[in-house]
Design a protein around this ligand. Sequence first.
Ligand SMILES: C[S@@+](CC[C@H](N)C(=O)[O-])C[C@H]1O[C@@H](n2cnc3c(N)ncnc32)[C@H](O)[C@@H]1O
Ligand SMILES: [Zn+2]
Length: 296
Amino acid sequence: MLVLSPYLSCPVCQETLRLTDDRRSLTCQNNHRFDRAKQGYFNLLLNQHKKSKQPGDSLEMVQARTAFLNLGHYEPILSALKTRLASHLRSTSLGASRTLNYCDVACGEGYYTHAISHFLAEYVESIHTTGLDISTPALKAASRQYKQATWLVGNAFKLPLAQASQDLCTFMFCRLSIDEVARVLKPNGIFVFVETGNKHLKALREALYTELKDKRAASETTITSAYFDLIDRQQVQGDFTLDNSVDIENLISMTPHVWRSKKQNKRVLIERACLTLSYDVTLHILMRNNTPYTVN
Ligand SMILES: C[S@@+](CC[C@H](N)C(=O)[O-])C[C@H]1O[C@@H](n2cnc3c(N)ncnc32)[C@H](O)[C@@H]1O
Ligand SMILES: [Zn+2]
């Protein structure tokens, strides 16, 4: 059965959204209505909040990422994040809450959303999990597979969530909409940003491009905000090997390299059939302070 997250707000008028009696739609007091798709998600993305007809990751990218993630090579990243979260659940008011509202922004097909939600459920009495992504194929996959969450097609830069409603927000491998997190997090709420570093999949990029640009760390730029205090930061690095062409092709296909790199370079790499890679991510964990949210 659908467990709907409270505190959803209408993308048109920002009033509270409620489930209709037949549980098939969300409506607000101004009668804006959003029907539930047969897979279980709601589309709260307004046309004016999308830049293309089918924004976000395509079906092919979603399927490729599902196949890659299921190989388990990123399991150490998830495991490190759970360890950090466990420590903050013990030391902050997060763990003292009976009910926890958790939103995974740009959730893709829900791999991390589900894993983190399942993990948090051990610490609190109940949890309302929301997974939001701008890609409809991603949400179809997420809502088909995992039922215990509210799945929304929406824009990270226009979160359909009420102000100060969330205890935890995660951004895994995606762009950060820091002003929106500041708006939707409760005071003392936690926000996790998983950012890739320079060594991340470097061997893949070296094989696909002649010149590599160094990434500018977000840590000192986008994350700096008057609304947050950095409480924890950890780098997670390791190696893994893909030993067949299908896995290499899936890795390329789940990233923007699939359309950015030359066809010939992709083919040569896929035909190599063995590739050792490094993951290199930083887990940034920040706490929302008491600064009242003001619209920019
Ligand atoms: C690299 S994927 C990461 C997905 C997931 N967090 C994971 O780690 O498996 C980036 C995701 O961001 C989504 N995305 C891109 N722009 C977005 C936006 N403005 N709002 C919400 N999601 C967005 C894409 O559709 C894609 O699913
Ligand atoms: Zn409305």
